[in-house]
Design a protein around this ligand. Structure first.
Ligand code: EPZ
Length: 421
């Protein structure tokens, strides 16, 4: 595919109505979970994003019959023709979350060989807690040439995670739904997409209670049937659109949301002086004047999500005063701020804290995305800045946002793709 950049002419307030797509992180959990079923599954409201296409390719590589209709946002997965439990290493290189096939294949076949995920641009991101859970369920673990080999039919267990981890909570839940006996996960993560994955599995016949709390109880069942399931809207895309509306001093209505998933962000925007109201599945964001600085600390759900730290810190570069951002989840998630310095942002980074001194205006400049949410943050900075901003490596953004630039230009942003020679 040709290389391209995003070209943004800033200072255009976003106004009007937009809609949020199906959730990326919920899709990355629900799609692999389909291999646990004995019959075809239809998953609806899937976003047309690169990460979902990677999962489509992995399912095909396993032998499943898959049809992904991006117009209807519907994927039909028939796992009955799966003929291997090996996910080739190159898929792990393309996408970390391919590791959910460890739990799904182990849970269905008692065996999985999946590429060991590397780190990425936001931190080291080990999977020791995933492995701890799989071992507790009775799997033997063998690391070899970039792969993780798991073997052993899962039996019930009590597993206490050493830290709250979304990935391990989901991965071990996948391995446990068809285990012999009952499993209890304590110190479990509570993100909305964990609840969505559990709801998907329960709709296929699993017996999971407590998803969304820190204790998840799973009664192992012999098999899961097929069915149809609609994934929840994307919490992080919703938040990104809310922040973009505030950053451009606009007036935007975002449709198809779940406002209760956005409470931590909404509270911080209100603290800044942004008007946020909601009615049913619509969130309205409007701001008519400057906004106040804040102190922000990322936490596990229901705290302020780390995935919105980067877009939010873009907004804070223009708050009227000193803001402080503490990134408590990942150990290297401020690279986007280094890029924003070229645009006139005043930032000091010390360990896991960024001290941001608001400036009256950012100036457009060429900047480079290094990860998905950092890329979204650079787009927001470009929407705020005077002049033209060019965002290089925007394919990071396409991994997790469905046609973000189309949604923004429909709201009045001057943003388009340009080929890079
Ligand atoms: C999920 O990543 C999300 N990805 C991330 O979103 C999100 O930032 C993160 O949860 C936190 O909410 C998907 O859902 C696909 P964790 P995950 O396991 O599961 C440490 C995005 O932009 N840890 O909750 O990898 C880990 O290093 C992405 O959409 C261990 O030490 O996050 C991190 O510091 C970015 N050992 C912390 O826990 C483990 O075994 C939280 O990680 C597992 C995690």
């Amino acid at each position: 595919m040709d290389k391209y950049k995003l070209v943004i002419r800033g200072e255009k307030p976003l106004a009007g109505d937009t809609y949020v797509s199906g959730g990326k992180n919920t899709s990355l959990a629900v799609i692999p979970a389909a291999v646990l079923c004995e019959e075809p599954c239809t998953i609806e409201n899937l976003p047309d994003i690169e990460d979902v296409h990677v999962l489509h390719r992995i399912l095909r590589a396993l032998g499943a019959k898959v049809d992904f209709d991006t117009k209807l946002k519907r994927m039909v997965i028939d796992p009955r023709t799966v003929h291997t439990t090996t996910v080739p290493f190159h898929f792990a290189q393309q996408m970390r979350a391919s590791y959910y096939f460890m739990g799904a294949l182990l849970g269905r076949y008692g065996k999985a060989d999946v590429g060991y995920p590397g780190g990425c641009d936001i931190g080291s991101r080990p999977i020791d807690q995933h492995i701890k859970g799989f071992e507790a369920l009775g799997a033997s673990i063998n690391e070899y040439s970039g792969m993780l080999g798991l073997e052993g039919s899962p039996h019930g267990a009590i597993i206490n995670f050493d830290m709250v981890t979304v990935g391990a909570t989901i991965n071990v839940m996948l391995a446990a739904v068809r285990a012999k006996g009952n499993t209890v996960l304590t110190n479990a993560a509570r993100e909305p997409h964990i609840v969505d994955a559990a709801n998907f599995l329960n709709s296929m016949g699993a017996k999971i209670k407590g998803a969304g709390t820190d204790t998840i109880r799973i009664r192992g069942v012999d098999k899961l049937h097929g069915g149809t399931y609609t994934v929840i809207p994307d919490q992080i895309e919703t938040g990104t659109l809310m922040i973009a509306a505030a950053a451009t001093r606009g007036d935007v209505a975002i449709h198809g949301t779940i406002p209760t998933h956005m409470e931590a962000l909404t509270a911080k925007l209100l603290e800044m002086g942004v008007s946020v109201t909601s009615q049913d599945d619509v969130i309205n964001v409007r701001i008519k004047r400057g906004h106040r600085p804040i102190r922000l600390s990322t936490q596990e759900y229901p705290g302020f999500p780390t995935d919105l730290q980067q877009p939010m810190s873009a907004l804070l570069t223009r708050a009227g005063g000193h803001s402080e951002v503490n990134e408590n989840i990942f150990d290297n998630r401020f690279k986007h701020l280094d890029e924003m310095r070229r645009m006139g942002a005043k930032v000091i980074i010390s360990g896991r804290t960024a001290y941001i001194e608001g400036v009256p205006q950012l100036r457009g400049a060429p900047v480079t995305a290094t990860d998905l949410r950092g890329g979204a943050a650079l787009v927001i900075a470009g929407l705020m800045a005077s002049g033209v901003t060019e965002v290089y490596n925007p394919e990071f953004i396409a991994r997790g946002y469905e046609r973000l630039e189309d949604k923004l230009s429909a709201l009045g942003a001057d943003i388009h793709r340009e080929r890079v020679d």
